[in-house]
Design a protein around this ligand. Structure first.
Ligand SMILES: [Fe+2]
Length: 480
């Protein structure tokens, strides 16, 4: 449960900083990491997120000063949870079909975050530290007496419904819809929501590497996701009462769950310093860059975070956002073009009303894998070719969509393919395109000349408000 006022938590800001925080003054060692005896008898413990010998720019670790060393738990026992196993021939399929899922409004009741994880697709092996897995989550119950530790990789959560309170070893994060957070490999955490309310969203788990900010190249020093907008918790050790409660540790390793009991809370870190941290980011702070004359920019221009692979320019996974913005390109088909990509695209919708695409509602998902063609549907194509592109359009402020763009081609979990929420009619949205008009098809518009001012001088679009609203909605909803 999220208590009143926790939405106004204190954070440190920045990305990639070497942060430090102490809940009790004097608990952080000065000039060293591991004194012979720490202040107040605390235990020093390092949590590493990279090999010790990784280059300095990639080296990640945090020192924790806690009341008990985290090793003092009982033996691990396997917890049956076969649906979390990495995708392979036994539980998933490869398909070139374009897929879309409607939001699952009913699931999540009575479940906690871990129980509410639903694998959708993925590729690779957590034991080989290669690839990723994508989930949705839905739950109502807080993780009151147990914590989760993902030894398989980093979790990136996209919150779609209901704010989350995430307790981590380094402090608290309040993560609201339209915000994302990253919980790094090995960090123990517990997730709750508002009292009994459904919390819902998406998870991208990367088995290799870590998320970082993309290089900006010729954009310059500013723009897209600015480092100062990332928020990192401050030390927040549990209360004395919570400290002595028994706690269950659930650890994921190799796609298997294991449970162990310990006699105290894992959230007993009094002070910490380092650069291996959980963090959150509000997608509404994203500073979009885009074309200002012609053509639709590739969606990489909207990259928020990237998890680089060993191949320069090819990510393990990117988080891409499609935020509210102006669309101004002249003589241009403004929605995303038809395309077949080498990368794979899993798209979700956080919020926004789509009048002309009722099947893609908030909480829904779509998947277009390597070389499977997709693009605007017939309705949006007709609308976008009919507008006067000499005037700008404002895409709705209420809308936020995102994409996980991933390199390894995913297998789709059989449970997702058999889901009643799989939209069996999805491909119908691309039916009915006439042959090009020069070959007998029906013309949809005449080409507009570049650099001609709007005839009425007001920037107003022809076709009335209804058409404009349809075009707005379609433009932002058909990125996938
Ligand atoms: Fe796409």
């Amino acid at each position: 449960m999220i208590a009143q006022g926790l939405d106004k938590l204190t954070y440190q800001t920045g990305f990639g900083n070497h942060f430090s925080s102490e809940a009790i003054p004097g608990t952080l060692p000065v000039g060293q990491n591991s004194p012979q005896e720490c202040a107040f008898g605390l235990y020093a413990e390092q949590l590493s997120g990279s090999a010790f010998t990784a280059p300095r720019k990639d080296n990640l670790r945090t020192w924790l000063y806690r009341r008990h060393p985290s090793v003092g738990h009982g033996p691990f026992e396997a917890v049956p949870r076969p649906d979390l196993r990495p995708p392979d021939d036994t539980n998933s399929e490869v398909t070139p079909d374009q897929l879309r899922w409607r939001p699952d409004e009913a699931s999540g009741s009575g479940l906690d975050f871990v129980q509410g994880l639903r694998p959708m697709c993925g590729s690779g092996s957590p034991l080989q530290k290669s690839g990723y897995q994508i989930y949705t989550y839905a739950f109502t119950e807080a993780m009151e007496d147990f914590c989760f530790c993902n030894a398989d990789g980093d979790f990136l959560l996209v919150v779609q419904q209901g704010p989350l309170l995430i307790v981590t070893e380094l402090g608290l994060l309040h993560v609201a819809p339209c915000e994302v957070c990253v919980l790094p490999r090995g960090m123990r955490f517990a997730v709750g929501s508002t009292d009994g309310a459904l919390a819902r969203g998406y998870v991208l788990e990367v088995f290799e590497g870590h998320f970082t900010l993309p290089d900006l190249g010729l954009i310059g020093a500013n723009g897209l996701a600015n480092p100062r907008d990332f928020e990192v918790p401050v030390a927040h050790p549990c209360s004395e009462r919570q400290q002595h409660q028994g706690h269950r540790l659930i650890q994921k390793l190799g796609g298997r769950l294991f449970a162990a009991q310990q006699q105290w809370s894992p959230f007993d870190v009094v002070a910490w310093h380092g650069n291996y941290v959980p963090y959150k980011y509000d997608l509404r702070k994203f500073c979009p860059m885009n074309t200002v004359r012609v053509d639709h920019a590739d969606p990489s221009i909207f990259t928020v975070l990237t998890c680089p692979s060993a191949v320069p320019g090819t990510a393990v996974a990117d988080l891409v956002v499609f935020p509210p913005r102006w669309s101004v390109a002249e003589n241009t088909f403004r929605p995303p073009y038809f395309h077949r990509n080498v990368m794979n695209e899993y798209m979700g919708l956080i919020c926004g009303a789509y009048e002309a695409k009722a099947t893609f509602k908030p909480g829904g998902s779509s998947l277009h894998v390597c070389m499977s063609p997709h693009g605007p549907d017939l309705t949006s194509y007709n609308a976008a070719t009919a507008i006067d592109t000499r005037a700008p359009q404002r895409l709705p402020s209420s809308t936020m969509a995102f994409m996980f763009e991933v390199n390894h081609t995913p297998r789709v979990m059989r449970s997702a393919l058999q889901s009643p929420h799989l939209d069996q009619e999805y491909r119908q949205c691309w039916q009915g395109f006439p042959v090009a008009k020069a070959f007998g098809g029906k013309a949809t518009s005449d080409a507009k000349a570049i650099d001609q001012p709007a005839e009425n001088g007001t920037g107003a679009l022809p076709g009335g408000q209804a058409q404009k609203e349809e075009v707005k909605a379609e433009t932002i909803s058909s990125t996938g």
